[in-house]
Design a protein around this ligand. Structure first.
Ligand SMILES: [Cu+2]
Length: 146
């Protein structure tokens, strides 16, 4: 009788231990709605759709860029604290653009889809297409990282 009781107690304890360890391992699921690690953007002539994204900070974030336009487009993350209101704000040379404005960028040919991975600290970043005339035509977006 005593032995049977002991087995019953162990059998009951087994599932509890299992549930306990499962709970302990899902800590990182808690911050799930603060930012996504998988994003999408459609690039066209001449806009981004959507025009704003929310991403996780300090994690590898993959954005799938699809160019539905007739010409090449870029998805450029500007450096933290750098914003432009028109292309007149951009420097004259590619070297200055890359050094002082661009954090990271990907160019997508018309009809192509391309994945881009970035990993940036929390902040608000302006997204532009840096190909001449495209920003002024409407290729302006916002990436919120938290
Ligand atoms: Cu463009």
């Amino acid at each position: 009788m005593g032995i049977n009781f002991k087995f019953a107690a162990l059998a009951a304890l087994g599932p509890l231990l299992f549930v306990g360890s499962a709970c302990g391992s899902d800590d990182d699921g808690g911050g799930g709605d603060s930012g996504s690690t998988e994003l999408e953007a459609t690039l066209s002539d001449f806009k981004f759709d959507p025009g704003s994204w929310s991403a996780a900070a300090d994690e590898d974030v993959t954005i799938t860029l699809t160019n539905e336009g007739a010409v090449a487009h870029e998805w450029v993350i500007l450096q933290s604290g750098v914003t432009i209101t028109s292309e007149a704000d951009l420097p004259a040379t590619e070297e200055e653009l890359l050094a002082d404005f661009v954090l990271t960028e990907t160019e997508v040919e018309p009809g192509d889809t391309q994945d881009m991975v970035f990993n940036v600290p929390a902040g608000t970043y302006q997204i532009i297409c840096a190909i001449e005339t495209h920003f002024d035509a409407g290729m302006d977006g916002t990436l919120t990282v938290e």
